[in-house]
Ligand binder design. Sequence first.
Ligand code: HEM
Length: 229
Amino acid sequence: MPAFLRHPKFWLFGLCLLPLVRLIVLGSSGGLGATPLEFITRSTGTWTLVGLMVTLSVTPLRRLTGRAELIRYRRMLGLFTFFYVSLHFVTYIWLDQFFDPAAIVRDIIKRPFITVGFAAFVLLIPLAATSTRAMIRRLGRRWQQLHRLVYAIAILGVVHYLWLVKKDLTEPLIYGAVLTLLLLMRLPWGVTLLQAVRNRLVSAEPGRAHSGKTGNPVKAIAGLTNRGQ
Ligand code: HEM
């Protein structure tokens, strides 16, 4: 098997490309429905929001599993999020506004949900631009401060969705609840809670109960199941 096939990043890259491949396949087979513009805007908007949630899940998941290596995938997830919001924006200025700058500015000012979405997009640009190793090294502590903007961006993304939905608020509210949970897990007591859950899982792992060593919580859960608990 070629070495690159054994690399998780290769599979994650492929997975992140699936929403785009789906749009291309549907687009070339006339499967985008009666209003293709709406379909593409909604699909790219949804994947941007999902991308933000998945990117924000990396740190809590790392704390819960103790798998420090998960951090290696965060940059790719963040960059794919930026890729999908760029497609979302291009769909809007191309197919919705026909590259008319005056109409775009008017619309951004006039429709609050567009204003909020646009603000989120603009804030994402410096994050994408500073995602290289060289920029991380160059900015030092300021890099972390700058990248905290992602919390505000995710909130703006959810508000954008809440604002544009006319009737059924269920979906944007679900995103809002997930985001609230992900943000709470970053507060000191959230971090303590994750640590406590991790400790319980680790101590429940067979053969580790009294060893004091850290272990894999996934195996620990399997251990509980095997013992019928
Ligand atoms: C982080 C930034 C953004 C996120 C997370 C986001 C997310 C979303 C989501 C989830 C939807 C609805 C999908 C659905 O109906 O299933 C949507 C729709 C839409 N978004 Fe965004 N968006 C963002 C930025 C933008 C920007 C920059 C623009 C344009 C300036 C924009 C314009 C639109 C439009 C026109 C719609 C369709 C509204 C409709 O169906 O009536 N969005 N977006």
